[in-house]
Ligand binder design. Structure first.
Ligand code: NDP
Length: 330
């Protein structure tokens, strides 16, 4: 299936980002008032939510006509659950893959555009000539995350969202509402809650962010390269376990450190995004708390599927790599 997806999907998310940036830059140059998005934030979020409900109903209805082979392994036959998790794995209109398109582009690009709106709102409301250091850190960190995801768009093809879950309300809402409107919360918070960050503190936060990024990118790229070409000479130094499915599991390198090194890196970065907001309120830390719960639950789901898929080989892997996400803790 991976080969089929690879040959039929277009990895041009990064170019979509460049095009959007050019349009935003031109609009700013023409004096378009972006403050409107800040002052009507709730209305935009509500509009996106209504769109997702309509899209999910469409996805469910069309899945009723889909051939059995096109259904997601996560679908259960229960209408409510399937509406939520998605019944059809990769719904398409002609060659246009709806899930692949929605996974990164509208949500991630929308997220950084909203962050920019918050940066401009901060300057306007707080009467600043330049944005605060806290706002610059939040914007730059999250911009790096988004650009990295779009640059490595192809790595999406080996994630659970693409290979296991269908396209239903969960992913539609997550991709099109939750990511752009909730993940931009730190920038939103800073507009009305200024926080001065000293340079030594900023340096520590930058180091934390970079550590998280190195783990996150290293782990995701290593697994992606291994799944694409298990005999890649660059990965020849890594130890593997053979499984009865014919696929191997990495047991050294990042994947020998903990069983989900990519989640560990992601969580470290999430903490670095919240710290510029200071410690006066718990709300900027909502993302780290929610994301920890999401990834712990996601890890349990993945563990269940891998155990079913790989049986004894998976148990061997768990013995050799005992910690799930946090070394010596969990
Ligand atoms: P992973 O990319 O971790 O994929 C899990 C799969 O990897 C398993 O099902 C298995 O599939 C394979 N795998 C597991 N262990 C090994 C091993 N030792 N060797 C080789 N293959 C292995 O999961 P996700 O899709 O959950 O996450 C992808 C990225 O997206 C992560 O970095 C995560 O942090 C991020 N993410 C971000 C979110 C956000 O909101 N910002 C939300 C969710 C995820 P198989 O063997 O079949 O290939």
């Amino acid at each position: 299936m991976l080969n089929y997806l690879e040959s039929s999907t277009r990895d041009n998310g990064f170019y979509a980002f460049i095009l959007t940036s050019a349009v935003i830059g031109a609009s700013l140059f023409q004096g378009v008032e972006f403050h409107y998005v800040y002052s009507h934030f709730l209305q935009f979020a509500l509009g996106a939510t209504v769109f997702c409900v309509v899209l999910s109903v469409y996805l469910y209805m069309r899945s009723l006509k889909a051939p059995r082979n096109d259904l997601s392994p996560a679908s259960s036959g229960n209408a409510v659950y399937d509406f939520f998790i998605g019944r059809e794995l990769n719904p398409r209109i002609g060659t246009f893959d709806l899930k692949y398109f929605c996974e990164l582009r509208p949500g991630l690009i929308g997220w950084v555009v909203i962050n920019l709106v918050m940066l401009l709102a901060e300057m306007k409301i707080q009467d600043r000539a330049i944005p605060s250091l806290a706002m610059i850190l939040v914007n730059s960190f999250q911009l790096l995350y988004v650009v990295d995801a779009l640059w490595n768009e192809e790595a999406l093809l080996t994630t659970m969202d693409i290979i296991h879950d269908g396209f239903g309300f969960m992913l539609a809402f997550g991709d099109l509402v939750w990511v752009p409107f909730i993940y931009s919360f730190q920038a939103f918070y800073l507009v009305s809650h200024p926080n001065e960050v000293s340079w030594p503190m900023a340096s520590l936060i930058i180091v934390l962010k970079l550590c998280g990024y190195v783990i996150f990118r290293g782990a995701n790229s290593q697994k992606n390269a291994f799944r694409k070409n298990p005999s890649d000479p660059k990965l020849a130094h890594l130890k593997t376990i053979h499984t009865s499915t014919g696929k191997n599991l990495l047991v050294s390198g990042w994947w020998g450190f903990v069983r989900h090194p990519n989640y560990l890196g992601d969580l470290i970065m999430a903490l670095a995004w919240s710290l510029p907001c200071g410690f006066n309120h718990i709300l900027p830390y909502f993302y780290v708390i929610y994301f920890t719960m999401l990834l712990v639950h996601r890890e349990a789901r993945d563990e269940y599927h891998c155990k079913k898929k790989y049986g004894v080989a998976w148990e061997k892997y768990c013995q050799r790599v005992p910690y799930r996400i946090f070394p010596y803790i969990y």
